[in-house]
Design a protein around this ligand. Structure first.
Ligand SMILES: Cc1cc2nc3c(=O)[nH]c(=O)nc-3n(C[C@H](O)[C@H](O)[C@H](O)COP(=O)(O)OP(=O)(O)OC[C@H]3O[C@@H](n4cnc5c(N)ncnc54)[C@H](O)[C@@H]3O)c2cc1C
Length: 458
């Protein structure tokens, strides 16, 4: 914030911390399809993360006459949130659903959970169809409550959803306090839910999709930050996209720029807010000294206070969250786009975490091998912004996934691709209605990020 309380535009920091997923860079990491930028194209995508790569994938998929597509990325390919996350593909099936129903009604809420649940099969099928080596694993996930009152409140809310017939919760199963520690393996668990989820190596998935798109004609330009996009079209209906390497005229523009979207679209300032998150990789010197964890986890100490864990077959565990350590000072995470530094109050939070939290891990010797930060795009009403941008002809946004993009982005990108390829309206794509970016949402003074968003985040 500047002294006049005006939000400052955020841009990707060139010196980011190194996430585990990127320790062996892919051959396309710094790729440029051509020495010079093309002067024009049909579709220009900004951002080579999950959203940008998925949009390109769907624009090419089963398309005998694909458009010319240019993808501009400020840093290396897949160097943003996607390469820094937990790799956790965990649909929202019950936890935030009561709030969603209260706010949007049961039909709209059900659309969001159905959209998220559909990602498990959609990504499984994608990985199988394209033979993507990304450690995709189908699993169950535990939501473990460490506080009794919070567990009881969540169980009551769940019972309410059962009564209302919400289909997504049919897959969820509750274990009460009496057996929760034994079933989950988490010490002093006061209750837990389990449901179907998946996990994968996000960088490998996205780099594969980018490679595939390149074979179909994608012009990828890494290290090419976009500095400006015209809000109006020229006489030929094209937007002007400006970079330090030149200007490109594009018939359609897709902003897949995550927490940095407001740097290019001032109307999203204070609507998509960059928020910093912390993740680490825990390893065990001798994996036989600790029980193998066959599920993924969210551990909830109270509203807004959570950690998540994604164990891998090699015995390592990706752990993120550390919300308890950041609760005192919002400035360390809120409206903060610096992924070049660790979050000071949280950087040692995961030391001895497995020993403290998991049964049988006391003598495991587990330690934090690597820790990093990443920038999420939180939205003030907790829903992504997807679709045609109000008052900007032929420009689309696909951003603001609230630290929870894995079970949202792939099919949201499919919807945007259908709008571009087939001229579908937002409604014709079947995307959840609450994702649609609208003037009303952009003008709303509501900001739930530091309250409910944190409570619902996972
Ligand atoms: C620490 C952490 C843990 C997370 N864990 C999970 C998880 O386990 N499960 C889950 O579902 N979600 C998780 N998330 C959220 C998830 O990673 C995101 O929702 C998702 O990756 C967003 O994808 P994206 O493509 O929109 O953004 P990104 O991957 O950030 O890609 C956006 C790209 O746009 C580029 N860009 C921005 N502005 C410009 C510009 N002006 N010019 C050119 N390029 C630009 C950026 O450099 C970036 O590469 C986590 C996020 C973080 C940070």
């Amino acid at each position: 914030m500047d002294p006049n309380n005006q939000p400052q535009p955020h841009y990707p920091n060139p010196n980011s911390t190194l996430p585990f997923w990127r320790t062996q860079p892919h051959e396309l990491d710094n790729y440029r399809s051509s020495e010079n930028l093309p002067t024009d194209c049909h579709v220009l995508i900004i951002g080579a993360g999950y959203a940008g790569a998925a949009a390109a994938y769907h624009l090419y998929d089963d398309n005998p006459s694909p458009p010319s597509i240019v993808l501009l990325e400020a840093r290396q390919a897949c160097s943003g949130a996607t390469a820094r996350n937990g790799g956790h593909l965990r649909p929202e099936v019950y936890f935030a659903m009561s709030d969603y129903i209260e706010k949007h009604g049961i039909e709209a809420a059900a659309e969001t959970s159905n959209h998220e649940v559909a990602h498990i099969q959609a990504i499984k099928q994608l990985v199988e169809k394209e033979q993507i080596d990304c450690d995709f694993t189908l699993t169950r996930t535990f939501d473990v409550f460490l506080d009794e009152a919070f567990a009881n409140k969540s169980k009551d809310a769940y019972d309410g959803l059962v009564k209302r017939g919400l289909t997504s919760i049919q897959d969820a199963h509750f274990t009460p306090a009496k057996y929760a520690e034994r079933v989950s393996g988490v010490k002093a668990a006061k209750g837990c839910f389990s449901f179907t989820a998946a996990h994968l190596w996000p960088y490998k998935l996205i780099m594969h999709l980018l490679g595939l798109a390149i074979t179909k004609g994608l012009n990828l330009q890494t290290h090419t930050p976009v500095t400006h996009v015209s809000s109006t079209a020229d006489a030929n209906g094209r937007s002007t996209v400006t970079t330090p390497r030149g200007i490109i005229k594009a018939k359609k523009v897709v902003f897949a720029s995550n927490g940095f979207t407001a740097g290019l679209l001032p109307e999203y300032s204070r609507k998509i807010v960059p928020c910093r998150g912390l993740c680490c990789r825990v390893v065990t010197p001798d994996p036989t000294k600790a029980p193998y964890l066959n599920n993924t986890y969210t551990l909830r100490a109270g509203p807004g206070l959570y950690d998540y864990l994604i164990p891998h077959v090699d015995g390592s565990i990706i752990v993120g969250g550390a919300k308890s350590a950041m609760a005192k000072d919002n400035s360390v995470w809120y409206d903060n786009s610096d992924d070049s530094a660790l979050i000071e109050p949280a950087k040692e939070y995961f030391d001895e975490y497995m020993q403290r939290r998991f049964v049988g891990w006391e003598d495991s010797g587990a330690y934090v091998d690597q820790v990093w930060t990443g920038i999420m795009g939180y939205t003030t009403d907790l829903q992504p912004h997807v679709g045609p941008i109000p008052n900007r002809p032929n420009q689309y946004v696909l951003a603001g996934f609230n630290g929870h993009g894995m079970p949202v982005i792939f099919l949201a990108a499919k919807g945007v691709a259908e709008m571009i390829r087939h001229g579908k309206t937002f409604e014709q794509t079947g995307l959840p209605r609450v994702y649609r970016t609208t003037e009303e949402r952009l003008l709303s003074p509501e900001n739930l990020i530091s309250g409910k968003a944190q409570q619902n985040a996972r």
